[in-house]
Design a protein around this ligand. Structure first.
Ligand SMILES: Cc1ncc(C[n+]2csc(CCOP(=O)(O)OP(=O)(O)O)c2C)c(N)n1
Ligand code: SF4
Length: 279
């Protein structure tokens, strides 16, 4: 009898409760979710050692489908809730999943300060350059000139470079992956999970339904080809002496910085010593 092979991902899904998912066929979010789950599996964490936190948006639905302790909170506030959770339960691996709108528009303030504080959180930003869930409004990462339902003649704003924003804000670990390179993405997320401190993985993903349709790439495959042709690994860029105008994938920063939780614990210990009490 042939042995039935069950993908590792199935172990971590609320399979009989929450499926089918809301995601459009071909959306990049499913690939990110798979990579994230495989990264958790590789890192050896047990289900009850992980908590998922998300805001609202197509990307923010991931914790609904993952069988972990989850907080599905208000739009833009995932990192604020994740910070509270981490302080209350420092031993839990807290993972936030956000869309670019969620993390960088309404949630932009939380994003820079979580990075600045070096909160020990793994943050995944699924950057599809658009507000997917609400019908394709432009976001802080929509490229200048690209069309959106709120920019029919092209967006006039400058987009954020998400990963570099995290670098200058003070994150301990910053990486960028792309859905097209799913196995590389899995390794980047695993590194982020293992890292102490604020660890960001920006994932270049796609919303062919809104962004693609308005910008000459109506099928998921068009957008995946775009990722293949317009991104380059850091090692390849170094070999070639430059990125040639392409977006760099890989680890951008991995540094040792004091983490917020350990600094906070030190303050508590000092205060308790002064008051003459053991913790
Ligand atoms: C306070 C608040 N403002 C606005 C909304 C409406 N809203 C829901 S999801 C969303 C944007 C989603 O875009 P993004 O975060 O990029 O995620 P995606 O759906 O593309 O994955 C917005 C504006 C809301 N739910 N709550
Ligand atoms: S609307 Fe866009 S981002 Fe949302 S599930 Fe569909 S393809 Fe994905």
């Amino acid at each position: 009898m042939m042995e039935e092979r069950i993908p590792v991902t199935y172990k971590y899904l609320r399979l009989h409760k929450k499926f089918p998912s809301v995601w459009c066929p071909g959306c990049g979010i499913g690939i990110v979710f798979n990579a994230l789950i495989r990264a958790i599996d590789r890192s050896g964490l047990k289900k009850d050692e992980v908590a998922f936190v998300s805001g609202i948006g197509c990307s923010g639905r991931m914790p609904v489908y993952g069988d972990f302790d989850s907080l599905h909170v208000t739009h833009g506030r995932a990192l604020a809730f994740a910070t509270g959770l981490k302080l209350a339960k420092p031993d839990i691996e807290v993972i936030t999943v956000m869309g670019d709108g969620d993390a960088l528009a309404i949630g932009g303030n939380h994003f820079i300060h979580a990075a600045r504080r070096n909160m020990d959180i793994t943050a995944i930003i699924v950057n599809n350059s658009i507000y997917g869930m609400t019908g394709g409004q432009y976001s802080p990462t929509t490229p200048t000139g690209a069309k959106a339902t709120t920019a029919m003649y092209g967006d006039v704003e400058q987009p954020f470079d998400v990963a570099n924003l995290a670098v200058v804000a003070g994150a301990a670990f910053v990486a960028r992956g792309a859905v097209y390179y799913a196995f590389e993405l899995e390794r980047l997320i695993e590194q982020a999970i293992r890292k102490k401190g604020f660890a960001l993985v920006e994932v270049i993903s796609h919303c062919h339904i809104h962004y693609g349709k308005m910008n000459g790439m109506p099928e998921a495959i068009d957008m995946l080809k775009w990722q293949k042709e317009n991104t380059i690994s850091r090692s390849q860029a170094e070999k070639e002496g430059g990125a040639g105008g392409k977006i760099i994938r890989g680890v951008l920063v991995d540094r040792s910085l004091p983490g917020y939780v350990e600094q906070y614990d030190k303050i508590i210990a000092q205060a308790q010593q002064r008051l003459g009490r053991a913790r």
